[in-house]
Design a protein around this ligand. Structure first.
Ligand code: GRG
Length: 286
């Protein structure tokens, strides 16, 4: 299957599952369910959820067995975007070309919609225990993993660094550290969750983690390049292309993608789909 069709196919599966899980807009309290659905269905690419499915797939797990966790991870991602856009954090009026959640529903509801999505995410991850053949032990491990990867040492901590770093005196290590936490952590956790639910051994988990860390960094560098190309948030904060220019940023993203692919050798030809994914991370236009 052509890789774009692969992505489209997986995205449709995830969209359907999310629609089934999320409370309908006509359920009380209406406003919170409307706000949750507004951001979940506003054009996200579903990269993290697809990565969970793909990592399960290359370990011969049926994707239906991990779909609940994949959707949970997508909800965590959506929650983080709603909070990131709030006036007290990044103060962005638009997300995916549409008014951000707080511009439509107001700050209080946007904050609560984010909270509700985070709570629902864990409900979905636990719900994965209903899938036949998935060990309860693996679910507990995934809950522990995800809590760690989105906590103060990883995603949340990265966001704290993001709002604290100033343009002057920032080193490449500072930037990488922040990118790895803010963006790389959830991407890495998405891949690891799929692998854990598919009984990956330590060697496979280590290889997939290295892959996840490298594509996570490349993802954020590419995101910053796309922002600069679209003339958005150019000088607001330190980013790789702001500090080192577009050419060096592209070279760096290429290098990281090569590293990511190199870590997949143990999967032989099964790695092909993850290699295509790695290329897509830096070739995408949005
Ligand atoms: C995790 C408890 C906890 C708090 C979250 C707000 C926050 C703390 C973190 C925000 C981190 C953040 C916004 C990182 C940027 C990640 C990023 C590059 C998002 C864009 O990802 P895409 O392109 O988005 O996959 P789409 O629109 O496709 O869904």
């Amino acid at each position: 299957m052509d890789f774009n069709n692969y992505l489209e196919d997986k995205k449709n599966i995830i969209d359907k599952a999310l629609d089934k899980f999320l409370p309908p807009e006509n359920k009380l309290p209406f406003i919170i369910h409307q706000a949750m659905r507004y951001s979940v269905f506003s054009g996200g690419k579903r990269i993290r959820a697809i990565l969970t499915l793909t990592s399960a797939e290359i370990l011969d797990q049926e994707i239906e067995k991990v779909i609940s966790t994949a959707c949970g991870i997508e909800l965590i991602h959506t929650f983080s975007l709603i909070h990131d856009d709030l006036p007290c954090i990044d103060n962005d009026d638009f997300r995916r070309g549409k008014p951000s959640n707080h511009k439509v529903f107001g700050e209080a509801i946007a904050l609560l919609a984010g909270d509700a999505l985070l709570v629902s995410a864990f409900e979905l991850i636990v719900k994965n225990a209903e899938s036949k053949g998935i060990k309860k032990q693996s679910i507990l491990k995934v809950i522990k993993e995800i809590s760690y990867y989105i906590g103060t040492e990883k995603m949340l901590g990265g966001q704290v660094e993001d709002i604290s770093l100033k343009n002057n005196n920032i080193t490449k290590d500072d930037l990488y550290n922040m990118y790895m936490k803010k963006t790389g952590a959830l991407i890495c956790a998405s891949i690891r969750a799929g692998a854990i639910l598919s009984n990956a051994n330590q060697r496979q988990l280590k290889a997939l983690t290295r892959y996840g860390e490298n594509i996570g960094l490349a993802f954020q560098i590419t995101d910053d390049i796309i922002d600069i190309m679209q003339d958005q948030r150019i000088m607001k904060k330190p980013t790789f292309p702001n500090q080192y220019g577009i050419k060096e940023s592209k070279n760096e993203a290429d290098r990281l993608i090569k590293e990511a692919k190199d870590s997949l050798k143990i999967f032989n030809n099964k790695a092909e789909i993850l290699k295509n994914f790695a290329d897509y991370i830096i070739l995408r236009e949005r």
